[in-house]
Design a protein around this ligand. Structure first.
Ligand SMILES: *[C@@H]1O[C@H](CO)[C@@H](O)[C@H](O)[C@H]1NC(C)=O
Ligand SMILES: *[C@@H]1O[C@H](CO)[C@@H](O)[C@H](O)[C@H]1NC(C)=O
Ligand SMILES: [Zn+2]
Length: 412
């Protein structure tokens, strides 16, 4: 009996504490889905069949997608690509190596900054420090609780009453680490920068930040699997999580979202099935003066706006296009980083139930944008930490231009 317990304990020490997913020699292929036959066959990998899974799940034809392939499937996948004439290119030759090189060699175990990535505990501790340091400018919101009982937090920067509100939502997809880093960088700039343009932004607008929407998923990317995207609420015995950015209550699951609970783009069994999204939407509704809503994602270098659920143009399409173009120019100035701009549906793919469609379509918010940050697939979601500051600098340039153009067009 004793021996069995010892054996179980030992097994648990091995399995329970070292269960971090590894991607040794896994490849990432960029592929093009050009016809229905290719699409139908590729759909089989939607739930991660044989260790093959999508980084970007195709939702129809005429789309690019990225697929992760373990070494023992290289031969099979090559054969499949050849048989179906699927255009493909290896973007990452060894995913684990990219993951291993993401953080700097020397890691700070405490404090906060932008030279490395920090976990949720460190981010929240930093917010607490800011709240002590800037009690007259900052407001803390604990706006709900996640499925795994983590606190959902937001922070508002407000220098005076009556300012229009700009809302920044970040890290709704767990593995997009550079999004929380960029959001916190910009929050810090609003508080500490002496740059005249930043002071102007800080003084004349209220900025609400949700640095990490998908707190459970984000924690999981640190503890268990760097590539996790979804929430952590189980929906079937073997499939966990829904895509939080397909879970909003606007044209839910109509197009460009999956009804398969194992898929990366699973919309959830019903709108707002994810407690993090229900809480976020209730929180957003408490503001009556949001003039601009911004969602931070990575990667692909895109600046997108509504709609995602239809190729029809949104009412304020031409204004959003003009603002997006100005933002794109400003982003490119510093390091020539090239962004593509346009509506979600016609620029990448149809996708329904996203946050920016929901605020635009139901909350009378006239401007909403999604940034997809660096890069274009060389590192993908695993952007090396030494790019946090360059990414943040060019995005702050972009945000300055975005606000300026929105103001010129009388949205702010
Ligand atoms: C969250 O807390 C509630 C109330 O304390 C508890 O019933 C529930 O099991 C917890 N959920 C998880 C996933 O830990
Ligand atoms: C945006 O579109 C709506 C609906 O067409 C229109 O009423 C409004 O004037 C446009 N512009 C602004 C600044 O809201
Ligand atoms: Zn995303």
């Amino acid at each position: 009996m004793k021996l069995i317990i010892v054996a179980i304990l030992f097994a648990c020490v091995v399995a329970c504490f070292s269960e971090k997913a590894r991607y040794d020699n896994y490849r990432v292929y960029s592929i093009e889905v050009e016809n229905e036959q290719q699409f139908e066959v590729l759909k089989r990998f939607e739930s991660g069949l044989d260790g093959i899974s999508f980084l970007e799940t195709p939702t129809g034809i005429q789309q690019k997608a990225e697929i992760i392939v373990p070494p023992h499937k290289f031969a099979d996948i090559s054969e499949l690509f050849e048989t179906l004439k699927i255009k493909n290119q290896i973007k990452i030759a060894n995913l684990q190596k990219v993951i291993d090189q993401e953080q700097p060699q020397h890691l700070e175990r405490s404090g906060f900054g932008w030279k490395q990535y920090y976990d949720l505990t460190a981010i929240y501790a930093w917010l607490d420090e800011l709240l002590e340091q800037y009690p007259n400018v900052l407001t803390n919101y604990n706006y709900g609780t996640s499925y795994e009982n983590r606190t959902l937090r937001a922070i508002k920067v407000s220098h005076k009453k009556g300012n229009p509100t700009i809302f920044i939502e970040s890290t709704i997809h767990a593995r997009e680490w550079v999004t929380q880093a960029t959001a916190t960088y910009f929050l810090n700039e609003l508080l500490t920068s002496s740059d005249a343009e930043i002071r102007q932004l800080a003084d004349n607008y209220d900025w609400v930040f949700v640095p990490v929407v998908n707190v459970d998923g984000y924690a999981y990317t640190h503890s268990n699997d760097r590539m996790w995207r979804k929430t952590r609420q189980p929906h079937t015995d073997n499939c966990i999580g829904a895509d939080p950015n397909r879970n909003f209550d606007f044209h839910h699951a109509e197009v460009g979202a999956s009804t398969n609970p194992c898929a990366e783009t699973y919309a959830g069994p019903k709108p707002l099935s994810e407690p993090e999204i229900l809480a976020l939407t209730e929180f957003i509704k408490t503001f009556d003066n949001i003039k601009l809503y911004i969602s931070f994602h990575s990667y692909s270098q895109l600046l997108l706006f509504p709609y995602g659920h239809t190729r029809r143009q949104a009412p304020n399409h031409s204004d959003m296009m003009q603002i997006a173009r100005k933002t794109r120019e400003a982003i490119a100035k510093r390091y020539k980083t090239d962004y593509t701009v346009g509506p979600i549906a016609t620029t990448i793919y149809l996708a329904s139930g996203s946050s920016i469609d929901w605020v635009y379509g139901t909350q009378d918010v006239k401007l909403s944008f999604t940034f997809e940050f660096r890069d274009k697939g060389r590192h993908g979601f695993i952007l090396p930490a030494d790019q946090i500051i360059p990414n943040s600098l060019e995005i702050v340039d972009g945000l300055k231009a975005m606000v300026e153009e929105a103001k010129a067009l009388k949205y702010l």
